[in-house]
Design a binder for this molecule. Sequence first.
Ligand code: AP5
Length: 231
Amino acid sequence: MALEQRPVGKLDRAVIFLGPPGSGKGTQAKVLAEKYGVPHLSTGDMLREHIAQGSLLGLKAKPIMARGELVPDSLVLKMVAERIERPDCSHGFVFDGFPRTVTQAKYLGELLKRQGFKQPFVIHMVIGNALLLRRLTGRRTCKIGGEIYNIYDRPPKVEGICDNDGGELVQRPDDREEVIKQRLHAYEKLTSPLVAYYRRHGWLHEIDASKSVAEVEQEIEQAVASMRGAR
Ligand code: AP5
């Protein structure tokens, strides 16, 4: 392993990215997970994989996700529990898009306790709605490696082609304006109560997600370093 790819230290817990659609959770969670050499667990990506494979879970999730609604807790919780029991999660992991309801957060709390993890560290991506539409309608994702681009702010060198692996860049079906509206509504109604929930526990760290990708990355790095120093 090259020196620059070595993990910067141990995480030993769950880091949770909490924020509205388009706030940059996926972009930053991927970087943080790579830095610490732990899995990046995006429940959205997991569900999209189930859809691509045509599994029973995928068949149930597909129409719900197409409408921009949340997949029922019962389906998501089973999928997450199975994933974090795998050995690669033993030194911690980075959640992107989970938990998304208070029920999911409570269930996760129990799972983490049972597996001997410390309390999670929650990164709240704070951003106004005005920027979200531009970010979501402009997003393109690599079909091969999942690298995230934006046609306005983070374009690839060659239009439609991933810089890393030459994969085709595609638009997510739920990134159409009418579905985005429903996703933002679901966030406000079902997910935003988690901000108060985690704040009460003292596990919430707020990040200004409206800044550039590099600036947000730096803020997160500092927050995680201070969390590790404080334990
Ligand atoms: P999911 O895939 O989790 O989507 P989401 O939460 O709606 O979040 P996004 O992936 O759209 O945005 P992001 O915050 O990751 O932003 P990104 O980094 O890509 O969920 C999809 C669906 O699956 C849900 O609607 C639901 O149906 C279902 N689901 C998933 N998890 C579930 C759960 N736990 N329970 C129930 N249902 C669940 O960035 C967006 C764009 O902005 C990119 O183009 C990027 O390049 C750009 N960008 C990022 N950061 C910056 C920056 N700082 N400056 C400028 N541009 C930036």
